[in-house]
Ligand binder design. Structure first.
Ligand code: AMP
Length: 630
């Protein structure tokens, strides 16, 4: 039997023996008694009885062999700084942060919300939380006060760690006013706010609540904070992601299962070794940032690179200059970023010595063939697509090249990854589709492997109902993606089955955007759909009905209202969620029973055939959309 096929088979058929072996990749304070407790499906508890600590495994464990090796290199082309921390220095900084957080009242099990740009202190804060058994909840710095407020309210953090500002393309984005507004909007008020002052924007500290990191750090330069040994099933963090409702879901992950899953992925998927250098271009606000900027590479004893800035500034060679300078062996990015680079002069790539690079992994959105071909040709290295979700924390589909080198197929992220019992399911009947090239919902038979979400934060019912009950007659985990599998086991992802859209690799719920637009006083009704875009994969497009359309007499008036609506989304959710266009119509396409014909609307917005419209209430509705998109 070919090597990977056997490896995969063992992970499913001899699950416990397989994962017991993987569990040896990390340090345990107390070894686990049971590999997997799946006695209460769909919940799974991994490595039950074991106690461990993520920070110990990511940092302390490496002090013996590699204390002086760089652990974290934080590069900012926004502030023109490069800061490098060895494992010993990272260990010291994390303890200082842990001591400060403890001093602010943070205890085991408490939540700490981290709203930060891509600076080293963000990594210290995450690792410090793990160290003391607190849960971090990182919110992407591009989100604005409304998004932040709903996450503060749900996570109920004891403390918030933030910074004066982020910066993008040379433009400073002050964080403190957004944070203050979010706390004001939220029913929950964190007791303490810890601010890192980068000297980018003025910030007023509120007495009694706000604290300055530099001042508190200075008091704890030599404080030792030992790792808190926590149960394997102790939650390590929550990370919010969009779904079909306006309320984001707090994806909750455990400690031991996550550590094992990531350590195993570093070995088998990334074929990585201690001492090598990993550069993931994502942001700590996303799952890739958690798994492959912070925890995965550090667990493996690698140097990890954190990058603040654009891929094109000061020029389109900046990432490749980092690869050369730091001898990057593993690089992880998103197709959108590659499409941005593809528009630039290819000479930028040729200028640098990329010989250390083993491969480039891309994820977050479909990888189109021209993009894959261009970058593979330009780099002369394998380009490996991988498909996963915030919920799973590590790849579901890819080529597990550390076990056996396998050929890539354009358009396919690869085969089912070990541990994932991936099925294609007929959406209507719940039947498993076993034949080649049949389209179905990509589903995972429980229990989910280690590292995947444990539940939705404080909402077990939502976890069960959302993910495990969407397919009739079967309790399987739905990814909410359509897919097919060819005769050789390669999967192809064909888009979402729900109303989630993917803009430049960022996952957004159309409901959230709709709710934000509908809050504008002159918007009566709105529908947001994802429309195909050559650069970003998809963009959000809004079709709105004005409450009072009498003023919308000409293009200038429409543009004015469109501008106001966009500003509102910027202020509430952040620029990432801003629709590319807000078109005004007099009626939205609906069925006679009042249900929005979202798919038909999307089809017309993409200039496709909307299909069967016999249930549509007002045939003029789609004609307006057609006229608008041309
Ligand atoms: P997120 O939770 O933000 O990582 O988004 C996960 C979703 O992004 C998946 O459910 C897919 O719809 C999409 N996605 C992620 N990676 C890929 C990929 N390699 N190919 C196609 N779609 C992907």
């Amino acid at each position: 039997m070919p090597q990977y096929a056997d490896f995969y088979r063992r992970s499913i058929e001899e699950r416990d023996a397989f994962w017991a072996e993987q569990a040896r990749l990390i340090d345990w304070h107390t070894p686990p008694q049971q590999v997997c407790d799946d006695s209460h499906p769909p919940f799974a508890r991994w490595f039950v009885g074991g106690t461990t600590n993520l920070c110990h495994n990511a940092v302390d464990r490496h002090l013996k062999d590699r204390a002086s090796q760089p652990a974290l290199v934080a590069i900012s082309t926004e502030t023109d700084t490069e800061r490098s921390y060895s494992f010993a220095e990272l260990h010291a900084e994390v303890q200082r942060m842990a001591a400060v957080l403890r001093g602010l009242g943070v205890q085991k099990g408490d939540r700490v919300l981290i709203y930060m740009p891509m600076i080293a202190e963000a990594a210290f804060a995450m690792l410090a939380c793990a160290r003391i058994g607190a849960l971090h909840s990182v919110v992407f710095g591009g989100f604005a006060s409304g998004s932040l407020a709903s996450r503060i309210e749900d996570a109920e953090p004891v403390a918030v760690v933030s910074a004066d500002a982020g910066s993008r393309g040379g433009k400073v984005v002050p964080y403190k006013p957004l944070l203050d507004e979010a706390i004001q909007l939220s029913r929950h008020k964190p007791a303490a706010v810890l601010m890192v002052d980068r000297g980018l924007a003025p910030m007023a500290l509120r007495a009694g609540r706000d604290h300055d990191w530099a001042a508190l750090r200075a008091r704890h330069l030599d404080t030792q904070v030992p790792c808190e040994w926590v149960d394997s099933t102790h939650p390590s963090y929550t990370l919010y992601t969009s779904g079909t409702t306006g309320k984001p879901k707090g994806v909750q992950r455990d400690t031991g299962g996550y550590a094992v899953a990531l350590a195993a992925s570093m070995k088998h998927i990334f074929d990585a070794e201690a001492g090598q250098t990993y550069f993931a271009t994502s942001d700590i606000g996303w799952v890739v940032g958690h798994s492959y900027i912070i925890y995965g590479p550090l667990l493996a004893g690698m140097t990890t690179i954190m990058y603040e800035g654009l891929p094109t500034r000061p020029d389109a060679g900046v990432w490749w200059s980092i690869v050369e300078k730091y001898k990057v062996t593993h690089m992880f990015s998103a197709p959108t970023a590659v499409r941005v680079l593809k528009k630039q002069d290819p000479a930028y790539l040729a200028r640098y010595d990329l010989s250390t690079l083993k491969a480039l992994w891309l994820a977050g959105e479909p990888l189109d063939e021209p993009t894959a071909q261009w970058i593979a040709g330009a780099l002369g290295r394998p380009v490996i697509d991988n498909y996963w979700q915030t919920e799973t924390g590590w790849p579901i589909l890819t080529l597990v090249n550390g076990v056996e080198k396998q050929a890539a197929r354009f358009g396919s992220p690869g085969k089912a990854v070990y541990g994932y019992n991936v099925k294609l399911i007929d959406e209507a009947t719940g039947e498993e589709l076993r034949g080649a090239n049949q389209k179905g919902v990509v589903a995972i038979e429980g229990p989910l492997p280690p590292g995947c979400m444990q539940t939705v934060w404080r909402d077990d019912a939502r976890f069960v109902n959302t993910y495990w009950k969407s397919i009739p007659g079967r309790m399987v985990y739905s990814t909410f993606d359509w897919g097919i599998r060819d005769a050789d086991g390669y999967f192809f992802i064909l888009g979402r089955t729900d109303d989630v859209i993917n803009v430049a690799g960022h996952r957004l719920g159309t409901r959230e955007i709709e709710e934000s637009i509908a809050a504008h006083p002159n918007i009566a009704e709105v529908a947001v759909v994802g429309v195909a875009d050559a650069l970003k994969g998809q963009v959000a497009m809004a079709f709105a009905v004005a409450r009072d359309a009498s003023g919308l007499v000409d293009e200038a008036a429409r543009l004015k209202l469109e501008g106001e609506v966009m500003k509102q989304v910027d202020a509430q959710l952040g620029a990432v969620a801003r629709p590319a266009r807000v078109h005004f119509v007099t009626v939205l396409p609906k069925t006679r029973s009042g249900k929005l014909l979202r798919r038909a609307l999307q089809a017309v917005a993409e200039r496709r055939d909307p299909g069967d419209l016999t249930t549509m209430e007002d045939p003029a509705a789609l004609q307006q959309v057609k006229d608008l998109v041309g």
